[in-house]
Design a protein around this ligand. Structure first.
Ligand code: HEC
Length: 178
């Protein structure tokens, strides 16, 4: 074999694994982004179920036990999503995520809002457990504020989502919040 061919083989044998490593890493990143979006949707689903209960709207199929489960699940999902923001998932420019680059530029503020949400979710859980109506409503308002503030600062909003957002994910989850 000529030296040239050997060199070419050498280059290929180094570059191919390098590229496939990159490709693997990229598909892992995309998976992470998908998981965090799905988990966020899960949060929203629980919020939608729990808010009529907090507002004391009669629903024979939804009771204290289910509300407690949902509050638990909200806590679990918040905890789960906390670690799903690796640096390489800062890809809003390429349209893979609606998380703005601010997530990675202001990590302390981002994690403070996570803590706020977790604190409110813990209070929500406890207030439901002790049947404290006022505290349940207050915790729900505070939770909405934490989710909403984080979205306002760190999530790019698509025009197509605006109609959904008005009293939706952006934070006012029950009536009578200040
Ligand atoms: C500390 C910040 C933060 C908190 C707290 C937070 N979110 Fe999010 N949320 C985000 C970011 C950032 C995105 C964009 C994620 C992406 O596109 O990769 C997002 C996306 C979403 C989405 C859209 C998911 C999709 O399919 O694109 C929903 C729905 C949502 N969040 C609901 C909630 C609810 C409900 C809560 C509170 C119980 C909450 N979030 C708490 C930061 C937060």
């Amino acid at each position: 074999m000529s030296k040239f061919v050997i060199k070419c083989l050498l280059v290929v044998s180094i570059l191919v694994p390098l590229f496939s490593l990159k490709a693997n890493e990229f598909s892992d990143t995309k998976k992470t982004i998908d998981i965090r979006k799905i988990a966020m949707q899960g949060l929203w689903m629980r919020i939608k179920r729990i808010s009529p209960y907090v507002e004391l709207k009669e629903n024979v199929e939804y009771n204290k036990e289910l509300a407690s489960n949902d509050a638990d699940e909200i806590l679990r999902l918040l905890d789960k999503t906390k670690d799903l923001w690796p640096d390489n998932s800062n890809l809003s420019g390429k349209g893979f995520t609606n998380a703005t680059p601010a997530v990675w530029a202001l990590p302390e503020y981002f994690s403070k809002l996570y803590s706020d949400a977790e604190l409110s979710a813990t209070e929500l859980k406890q207030a439901i457990k002790s049947d404290d109506i006022d505290k349940t409503a207050l915790a729900m308002c505070n939770l909405g504020k934490a989710c909403g503030t984080c979205h306002a600062s760190f999530r790019r909003l698509l025009t197509s989502q605006l109609a959904n957002e008005v009293n939706g994910w952006s934070g006012k989850y029950i009536q009578n919040c200040n």
